[in-house]
Design a protein. Structure first.
Length: 400
């Protein structure tokens, strides 16, 4: 006999599942930077120069590219929870494997596994959060906040380890411990049925003509690239641009990156609130992409310390406050029965950006640091044009 749950019990179970899903992205924040934060220690442990450690780190991007086109469709066909387990166990293997003094080949394989973990978590989590909220995607925006929190906490842990002259591997052990605790927490929780489509969503998807939907799909795929490239480009070059081109000191140059991070966290919280109040997501995306473009123009054209500090904060708010995740929810609205596939393809294009931006900016840096940083302006402009075209092609009351 099936026991009926009260509304309060259902809400508690939903909250527990939501928090466990977000906790995975706190761990993912660790995974994004833990190799880079331990570069010197790993270099000494492996007896290799830093550039070899950097090569190992590149395996994370390879893992994403390999996995995104596979994990998305399979998450639709099989189980969201299965792929969240795959992501968690892959990250657990990565964390424990890295402290067992692997050779370089094994270490590179573990880095690839970390990239696969990222894609598996995305395929299971974004879709689950949408399905838990009756097709609404505002819950996906907070993923960015938990990633940022992980990226904030890990350097503090590593700084403490270094100050106390402890073994560097404790940072990986902490990461593994959080995963194990979350595995215990998530095991008894029930996930929503996958690809349950509200009648309004299905009507919307059917209402768009095939030609128009193909055009919108192409635009959203390019936006998956530009929205990721915009952030990577900025974070890779802002400190060096501030130091070399704006003639700021080391502390002030690093502050630009900190202000970007603060703006990102504020942006996530504001966007999470707005997405529950505002019906048209594309209007928000248009405003945020326009704000990012204006912030970059200010950084390039206004040689005033306060102005560039405000611009860095504004750029973080607009470009890294969840607008990429909002683009994904718009994409999912087009294909509500293929949420896993859409998530995989969208982030596959984002992964291409993580691979190509360092190559493009490296070539541009031959012309000067300002040129390398200024190239982000082109990406911002393209992103704004794409969202503008999406807005123009949207049917009244349909694509939002």
């Amino acid at each position: 006999m099936q026991i009926e749950l009260s509304n309060d019990e259902i809400k508690i179970k939903k909250l527990r599942l939501t928090l466990s899903l977000y906790l995975n992205y706190f761990v993912h924040g660790f995974g994004l930077i833990i190799l880079a934060q331990n570069m010197v220690a790993l270099s000494q442990d492996w007896g290799t120069p830093l550039k070899v450690v950097s090569f190992v780190i590149s395996g994370i991007g390879i893992g994403r590219l390999i996995a995104y086109l596979i994990t998305g469709p399979l998450a639709d066909a099989l189980s969201r929870k299965l792929f969240i387990y795959i992501g968690m166990l892959s990250y657990l293997t990565f964390a424990l494997g890295m402290v067992m003094h692997p050779n370089l080949i094994v270490a590179y394989g573990l880095a690839i596994l970390a990239g696969i973990a990222n894609s598996a978590l995305d395929a299971g989590t974004y879709t689950t959060l949408v399905e838990m909220n009756n097709g609404k995607g505002h819950g996906t925006v907070l993923i960015k906040a938990f990633m940022s929190l992980g990226e904030f906490v890990l350097p503090l842990i590593i700084a403490t380890i270094q100050q106390q002259a402890w073994w560097y591997g404790w940072s990986f052990i902490v990461m593994a411990a959080v995963i194990i605790v979350n595995l215990i927490l998530i095991a008894p929780l029930k996930f929503p049925q996958p690809n349950q489509v509200a009648s309004a969503q299905q009507e919307f998807a059917q209402a768009e003509s095939k030609t128009k939907r193909n055009l919108q799909t192409g635009l959203l795929l390019v936006y998956g690239y530009t929205s990721m490239a915009l952030m990577i480009w900025f974070t890779q070059w802002i400190s060096l641009y501030a130091k070399e081109s704006l003639n700021l000191g080391i502390t002030q140059s690093q502050l630009m990156m900190s202000l970007y991070s603060v703006g990102s966290i504020i942006g996530v919280l504001v966007l999470f609130f707005l997405l529950q109040k505002v019906k048209r997501k594309l209007n928000l995306m248009l405003a945020l992409n326009g704000g990012a473009l204006l912030a970059l123009l200010a950084l390039l054209l206004i040689p005033n310390l306060l102005a560039i500090q405000v611009a860095s904060l504004l750029f973080g708010f607009c470009a890294a406050g969840g607008v990429m995740q909002t683009g994904l929810t718009v994409f999912i609205d087009l294909f509500p029965k293929h949420r896993g596939l859409v998530t995989g393809i969208y982030y596959f294009f984002g992964s291409i950006a993580s691979f190509t931006v360092p190559l493009i900016t490296g070539l541009l840096s031959d012309q000067g640091i300002a040129t390398a940083f200024g190239g982000d302006l082109v990406i911002a402009a393209v992103g704004l044009v794409i969202v503008g075209l999406l807005r123009l092609t949207a049917r009244e009351g349909r694509l939002k």
